[in-house]
Design a protein around this ligand. Structure first.
Ligand SMILES: Nc1ncnc2c1ncn2[C@@H]1O[C@H](COP(=O)(O)OP(=O)(O)OP(=O)(O)O)[C@@H](O)[C@H]1O
Ligand SMILES: [Mg+2]
Length: 465
């Protein structure tokens, strides 16, 4: 039986409403887009529950998010992947139009996705074995500090090895005493000698015409075990020794086969690829002749099989892309989704438009999300012992200024709030360590005064905001 099907991991059972609720913690507004991605995510869970051959016939609802810059497209995809515990990667579709990217390279997005899955699951496993590995490292450290008495050993040691001629009973009590001393940190600076494995040093450099990446695997990693590891004795402090031993024990306990199996499973059935700037590879008005547009259409043709379902060779093995969820995004100011080649359009059946953000949205974005900008700056200044607060009308003024600057110059959406905030708080952030006032209330007059000149002077605001 294929071990993959035995994967213990279940896609978390969030209902669409719960998914929207989770997204609401970070993203303001955009309810249509939230609903669409929530349904797509729930459908993958539903597919997981389907039994029989129909399961393989159910394809993901790939989505195109259409909307101006800075309104939450990328943020939404990232939060979605997080709460789904799904392998996630964001790539710019336009990068494949650059010189040097052709054909096969589009598949590198799947290799990257697989890499993130492996790293994630490895980290999960490490957390799971952490305390056990720590224990083992501790026992090994004790063995080094107080070797077993000669009489208790199977193999006779050579030369002096620190045997203190203790009886087994004495040895046991001494070991416990040292354990206690280690525990309360008394011995941290003492030096010990540990045997460390050296990374196999390969003098070979392998070049292939396509480069390592193209080959989908890493020769160094493959040859590593064959070259073997050398051991070397090293003097170090107890603290360092503990780290060395811990990482060795962790490596021994990690089950790489299982990690890779699980990573393939999760990538294939839950992976999310966020294809940003998809509009940049669409040719407006259906023009296909000459110029860069040929390569744009070429990129669409390259992407197509990956989205439709193909098998990509990665250094961990074959990964099928049939059920990976693709979320594409673009501003589509020049090109339209209908300018994409029909086959690709068909693979992205769900289109959602994101809304422009209003001043009211800005007020909420400044204050409500868990990572809201005002919360971030308040936390930063707390570290300097300064209590920062904002009056309600000050917040509205900031939001209003951001909206006005967006209207007058380029509309960069919520990103404008970042530039306005850094400008507003620049002096405070600079002087904070030497400020005598420990409570600062940002008021509307303060906002006006600080930003007035910049907002009113077109040239200045172009540079600063
Ligand atoms: N609706 C929103 N709610 C909360 N924060 C938002 C919202 N929209 C944007 N932001 C914030 O603005 C910044 C930029 O947003 P994001 O990266 O999602 O833009 P985008 O829509 O992907 O734009 P682009 O088309 O330029 O890639 C992020 O820091 C994000 O937190
Ligand atoms: Mg984006």
């Amino acid at each position: 039986m294929n071990k993959l099907s035995k994967s213990s991991f279940k896609i978390p059972e969030l209902t669409p409403a719960q998914i929207v609720g989770e997204l609401d913690r970070y993203i303001i507004g955009q309810s249509k887009a939230k609903r669409a991605v929530a349904i797509a995510l729930r459908n993958r869970w539903r597919r997981q529950q389907v039994t029989g051959s129909l399961k393989d016939e159910i394809y993901p609802n790939n989505i195109i998010l259409i909307g101006p810059t800075g309104v939450g497209k990328t943020e939404m995809a990232r939060r979605l992947a997080n709460l789904a515990h799904a392998p996630f990667i964001k790539v710019e579709a336009s990068k494949y139009t650059e010189v040097g990217y052709v054909g096969r390279d589009v598949e590198s997005m799947i290799r990257d996705l697989m890499d993130t899955a492996v790293a994630k699951i490895r980290a999960e496993q490490m957390r799971a074995i952490q305390s056990q590995a720590e224990q083992r490292a501790q026992e090994r450290l004790l063995d080094i500090l107080l070797p077993l008495p000669k009489s208790a050993r199977k193999k006779k040691p050579e030369g002096d090895d620190g045997d203190r001629g203790l009886t087994i009973e004495q040895h046991r009590t001494t070991r416990e005493k040292i354990r206690a001393e280690l525990g309360n940190g008394q011995l941290e600076d003492r030096t010990v000698e540990v045997e460390v494995e050296e990374e196999p040093y390969s003098t070979m450099q392998i070049f292939s015409p396509q480069g390592i990446e193209e080959m989908g695997f890493n020769l160094q990693e493959m040859l590593g075990p064959m070259i073997g590891k050398r051991k070397r004795r090293r003097q170090c402090t107890i603290g360092e020794a503990r780290d060395i031993l811990l990482s060795e024990e962790t490596d021994k306990m990690l089950d790489m086969d299982r990690i890779v199996r699980e990573a393939i499973f999760r990538t294939e059935s839950m992976g999310i690829v966020f294809l940003d700037e998809i509009d940049k590879i669409a040719a407006p008005g259906g023009q296909t002749e000459g110029g860069p547009d040929v390569s744009r259409e070429g990129v669409q043709r390259d992407i197509l099989p990956v989205v439709e379902g193909t098998t990509v060779t990665t250094k961990y093995g074959q990964v099928k892309t049939d059920h990976i969820l693709f979320i594409a995004a673009g501003a589509f100011t020049v090109a339209k989704p209908s300018d994409l080649i029909p086959e690709l359009q068909g693979r992205f059946p769900i289109r959602v438009e994101l809304e422009h953000l209003t001043t009211d949205d800005f007020v909420r974005i400044l204050t409500e999300p868990e990572n809201a900008l005002l919360k971030q700056y308040t936390a930063l200044l707390t570290t300097e012992g300064i209590e920062l607060s904002f009056t309600e009308d000050a917040i509205r003024e900031i939001a209003d200024i951001a909206s006005r600057v967006n209207e007058r110059m380029e509309n960069i959406g919520a990103r404008r709030l970042h530039t306005v905030m850094t400008t507003l708080l620049e002096d405070i952030l600079f002087d904070a360590p030497v400020m005598s006032k420990k409570k600062l209330a940002i008021t509307k007059p303060f906002v006006r005064k600080t930003l007035k000149d910049i907002v009113e002077d077109e040239d200045l605001s172009r540079f600063i905001l």
